[in-house]
Design a binder for this molecule. Structure first.
Ligand code: ATP
Ligand code: MG
Length: 338
């Protein structure tokens, strides 16, 4: 049997996980932890690029995110959860990579372009909101991936241009300093972008359109009741189009065997929206139940969580130091090495 491939994936500690994260990302990481060597980065350094003035938020969410990841079923015996800032080799590698990418190329990166446009909308057009650190986060992401020897990177579609950027940096590195690093490949999620309750293209933590994994049963029910449905349906027995209804959209995630019935009944006007929403709320609550139970266990055992983070970080640091030794040698900065 050959050596397991390494998956490197990451998430920013900027808030709690929602269904978009679960179905777009974390649920897949749970599935892949058996077959792959998996590193899950809590990207606090990256979170600080646009939350540098709010360290309390980042600090608090490192803990919250770890609890959410474990709640989803990430098994610390199989996958390593680590804290980005505790791997100084990543910061070191970022410095050398920053020579291999032009400012113009970063500004052309579609993900960065969108995020800069969003910042300008929020903070005005002066460019004052775009820091050097923010513009450089794709470089730091290339360092995350390669420092940990990540050959496969699970991504949502908003992340694809970032991975392309990482590949370019690796190619440039190898062409200048000799074959040292492996180009990472993407693993595109089967749900690259889960829509929000309001029908928005992305369920987002700051968009007010998310169901969080920690939401209480009451909150889940209330959110489902307010979800966007086919607006042309007025009466209980009007036929409707499930394809424009967010309730049906989420039924597809959690209502398995009943899906066909739900779809036909909706189309034929045999299903009222209230009943349909109540069923969805129940199925979502059932789906979230084991996740909440696992979370409760880890909330009650904080020392176990500390140990998981420490051990995961230790393994990540070991791997990153191996990579850095190769990198220093290639760049001829391996002074005083035996
Ligand atoms: P932020 O607003 O802080 O950027 P985010 O919700 O975009 O938060 P990230 O930490 O940037 O979260 O993303 C973590 C992972 O979750 C990424 O792989 C991202 O593609 C995925 N993800 C986030 N939201 C969704 C969604 N609605 N559907 C599918 N995947 C998602
Ligand atoms: Mg994001």
């Amino acid at each position: 049997m050959g050596e397991k491939k390494t998956i490197l994936t990451g998430i920013r500690p900027t808030g709690n996980l929602h269904l978009g994260h679960y179905f777009g990302a974390v649920g897949n990481w749970v599935k892949s932890q058996d077959a792959y060597n998996e590193f899950i980065e809590i990207a606090d350094v990256q979170a600080l690029t646009d939350n540098f003035n709010n360290p309390d938020k980042v600090r608090k969410n490192v803990r919250e995110l770890t609890l959410d990841l474990l709640a989803c079923g990430i098994d610390p015996k199989k996958a390593n959860i680590f804290i980005q800032s505790m791997i100084p080799e990543i910061a070191e590698l970022t410095v050398y990579y920053s020579n291999l990418v032009t400012v113009a190329r970063l500004e052309r990166n579609p993900t960065i372009k969108t995020e800069i446009a969003q910042k300008k909308e929020l903070f005005g057009n002066s460019g004052e909101s775009v820091t050097y650190g923010f513009l450089g986060y794709p470089v730091s992401q290339a360092a995350d991936i390669t420092a940990l020897g990540g050959t496969l990177v699970p991504v949502g579609d908003d992340q694809l241009p970032l991975l392309e950027q990482a590949r370019e940096i690796v190619r440039k590195f190898n062409s200048i300093y000799g074959e040292t690093l492996q180009e990472p490949e993407h693993l595109l999620s089967s749900i690259p972008r889960l829509k929000g309750l309001d029908g928005n293209e992305k369920m987002g933590k700051s968009l007010g359109n998310a169901i969080f994994l920690i939401d209480s049963d009451e909150v889940v029910t209330k959110k489902v009741m307010d979800a966007k449905t086919d607006t042309t349906k007025i009466h209980k027995d009007d036929p409707a189009n499930p394809d424009v209804c967010m309730v049906y959209y989420y039924h597809k995630l959690v209502s398995g065997e009943n899906l066909e019935t739900i779809c036909t009944e909706c189309k034929e006007g045999k299903r009222g929206c209230m009943q349909c929403k109540r069923e969805l709320a129940k199925n979502l609550i059932d789906f979230l139940k084991p996740i909440k139970e696992r979370r409760k266990y880890y909330e009650e055992n904080p020392q176990e969580v500390d140990t998981i983070l420490k051990e995961g970080t230790k393994k990540a640091r070991f791997k990153a130091s191996e990579t850095m030794a190769k990198v220093r040698k290639a760049i001829k900065i391996d002074y005083f090495e035996e």
